[in-house]
Design a protein around this ligand. Structure first.
Ligand code: NI
Length: 407
């Protein structure tokens, strides 16, 4: 019996080597077909019902197990290796943006006002491809790979939905990917430390006392206080935070009054701050509150601050970054250094609990950045990305197992 199992394994390996199971071109075609479908059927955060159904159907067709979790949208699939070992996770995001697509692609969005303008369609197809390749390798896998198709990344909070289910409680390493138009197809962007920033949001409501524009002395003008706040809040970045540590404060929405001869009762401001370190994040909020409170006092108005914490900065583990580079070299892929961004990524929530790495996958240079109506990814990157993820996962499992056993 044991002999037969060995023979079966040998044949399996042979077929794999010869590419009989999953030829590159065939898999590339399959992934491209799915990518196109996801691209033409974009759904916004928390509304990814059709997307989720499609992913579920595709996985089930290939007999890949989907975990039964209390998720409205998004899902987690699982590949259980036949050899014992640790549990790791790979995550992609699945939501689109409220952008009207302006490409002339054959597979352009079919839904007006919605578009996969951040490459999450590419992420879905890539992770699906990795799932197929890992499924083929089940016999050889030393452990378990959980494949997270996460909803609502664009809301900054979708990762929390996955974490709340407890599905990551036994996971010892987590990896995420994002398409990158900074790199050509075949290049991976790998860097230790932060690649995206902590994202916090603020709203300020300023209460004054309304009056006639000609009699300001009878009121308390919230507009002049607003102007002072807009000016002085910028001094946090320029005067309080370390100039060598990137950060930004942007006020993006201001409203007050509705006519020319009335000083209004109220004004409103909102915006976002981005920081890379915990210290900067804390100092930013402290100084922000001080400046708002004291400026309000100076102008005899009352200000209320609403501070909404988003994800922290991503924090790529040094050892996993090195390991990912090593595997990239073995797989004959190019390595690039991803540009630091003060954009946000809720993958960082996972990294607060589990060591991991957020990788950039080159999808071809384009003049149109992410979230632009003409943004596109080159589907040629699909097979390479899926293949890399599957090989990388397999090697990570082995590496963890060896580490556990103290080899
Ligand atoms: Ni994105």
């Amino acid at each position: 019996k044991a002999l037969r199992a060995n023979d079966a394994q040998r044949t399996f390996r042979f077929k794999r080597k010869r590419g009989i199971f999953m030829e590159k071109e065939i898999l590339q075609q399959q992934l491209e077909k799915q990518f196109r479908w996801f691209h033409s059927h974009p759904e916004l955060s928390y509304e990814e019902y059709e997307t989720t159904n499609r992913i579920r159907t595709l996985l089930k067709e290939k007999e890949i197990e989907v975990l039964d979790l209390p998720l409205e949208t998004g899902l987690v699939a699982i590949i259980r290796g036949k050899k014992s070992g640790p549990v790791i996770a790979i995550r992609c995001d699945i939501d689109a943006l409220p952008v009207e697509e302006e490409t002339s692609l054959e597979w352009k969005s079919k839904i007006s006002g919605k578009m996969h303008a951040c490459g999450h369609d590419f992420h879905i197809a890539t992770l699906y491809g990795a799932a197929l390749l890992l499924k083929e390798r089940e016999e050889e896998l030393h452990g378990v790979v959980k494949l997270i198709f996460q909803p609502a990344e664009e809301s900054s909070l979708g990762a929390l939905k996955i974490i709340e289910t407890g599905v990551l409680d036994d996971v010892t390493a987590i990896f995420g990917i994002h398409s990158s138009s900074d790199f050509p197809v075949g290049t991976l962007g790998i860097k230790e430390g932060s690649v995206t920033a902590a994202v916090d949001r603020f709203k300020i409501t300023i209460e004054g006392f309304g009056t006639h524009a000609a009699h300001p002395e009878q009121g308390r003008d919230p507009i002049i206080a607003t102007g002072a706040m807009i000016q002085s809040l910028q001094s946090i970045v320029s005067r309080n935070l370390d100039p060598f540590s990137p950060s930004v404060l942007s006020i993006t929405h201001v409203s007050a009054g509705n006519t020319w001869n009335v000083i209004p009762e109220q004004s409103f401001l909102e915006g976002t701050v981005r920081t890379l370190t915990k210290e900067d994040r804390k100092l930013m909020e402290e100084r922000f509150r001080q400046i708002v409170e004291h400026t309000a006092k100076a102008y005899d108005v009352v200000a209320k601050v609403d501070w909404v914490e988003g994800p922290p900065a991503t924090d790529n583990d040094k050892e996993w970054a090195e390991f990912a580079k090593k595997v990239a070299i073995e797989e004959k892929m190019e390595i690039g250094i991803p540009k630091l961004s003060l954009g946000g990524e809720d993958f960082a929530f996972y990294q607060e609990k589990i060591k991991g790495l957020f990788l950039k996958v080159g999808t071809g240079k384009t003049p149109y950045p992410n979230h632009h109506p003409k943004f596109q990814v080159d589907p040629d990157a699909l097979y390479g990305a899926a293949h890399y993820l599957s090989v990388f996962s397999e090697k990570v499992l082995l590496q963890l197992k060896e580490r556990e056993e103290g080899v």
